[in-house]
Design a protein around this ligand. Structure first.
Ligand code: NAP
Length: 255
């Protein structure tokens, strides 16, 4: 990791294993690199094996440990197998980051069944499947950190995103409930709600919309993927032991 990308907080995650979904690009890749830089062994999950390999190679080049586990998060069978494989390989699974997500934006009157189902299945069902599989392991080992990447769209709504904001609000509700279910086993469950972050997902919105968006951000810029990763690093750390069921908004003050 370059000096410029070094996290501005020091967290030691040596002897811990992290699983990051959507690790092939964007925010998930930054989270995988950041947790690895803190010492965690990182299981990189997404559908595109070649892109995942680029993330794992970048981690290894920086002296970290990573393996790729190609998987479609909407398949319960594949999700269970990935969690089993990770535990078999590294013995434990302390950190789960549910970051895989998609958008299919269109105004509600025009939204197809497929646009709705794809977004709900990937963002919400996929996160639940990993929570279910990983929490069984975390309850047994009596330690865990689950971090769900939601969105400000799930908190304040966004025209054209009824499917996406429903999926993210669903993740926030699931976070609150699972936090209560697992607190007695020293497993914390929190969400991070990013605002607008520079990735392929926001690049697809186009420059003119992004210029309008910037006017709503007091920080006057989009966030960087690393700035979400640093929030995740904190919540994944022992320093966040008494924080659970919360949603941390990271949006530059978006109004
Ligand atoms: P991105 O660049 O589009 O990356 C999405 C990631 O999810 C990719 O790694 C993709 O890999 C993976 N993915 C998608 N569908 C999948 C599936 N069915 N199974 C497994 N992996 C799948 O998005 P991003 O901007 O980094 O966003 C990451 C997360 O942050 C998402 O949950 C998004 O909703 C959230 N978020 C982003 C922003 C933003 O401004 N960028 C704001 C708020 C919240 P494959 O295609 O290879 O599977």
């Amino acid at each position: 990791m370059s000096e410029e990308n070094k996290p501005p907080i020091i967290v030691d995650l040596h002897d811990q294993t992290a699983l990051v979904t959507g690790a092939s690009r964007g925010i998930g890749k930054a989270i995988a690199l950041t947790l690895a830089a803190a010492g965690a062994k990182v299981a990189c999950v997404a559908r595109n094996a070649d892109k995942l390999a680029e993330t794992a190679d970048a981690i290894r080049s920086a002296g970290g440990t990573a393996e790729v586990f190609p998987c479609d998060v909407t398949s319960g069978e594949s999700v269970d197998k990935v969690v089993d494989d990770v535990v078999e390989k590294w013995g434990k699974l302390q950190i789960l980051v549910n970051n895989a997500g998609v958008t299919r934006d269109t105004l509600s009157p025009r939204m197809s069944d497929d646009d709705w189902d794809t977004v709900i299945n990937t963002n919400l069902r996929g996160a639940f499947l990993f929570v279910r599989a990983a929490s069984r392991q975390m309850m047994t080992q009596r330690y865990g950190r689950i971090i769900n990447i939601a969105s400000v769209s799930g908190l304040i709504g966004n025209p054209g995103q009824s499917n996406y904001s429903a999926s993210k609000a669903g993740m926030i509700g699931m976070t609150r409930t699972v936090a209560k279910e697992l607190a007695g086993r020293k497993v914390t469950v929190n969400a991070v709600a990013p605002g607008f972050i520079e990735t392929e997902m926001t690049a697809a919105m186009g420059d003119s919309i992004l210029e309008e968006v910037k006017k709503r951000i007091p920080a006057k810029r989009l966030g960087k993927a690393e700035e979400i990763a640093w929030a995740v690093l904190f919540l994944a750390s022992p320093a966040a032991a008494y924080i659970t069921g919360q949603t941390l908004t990271v949006d530059g003050g978006l109004v």
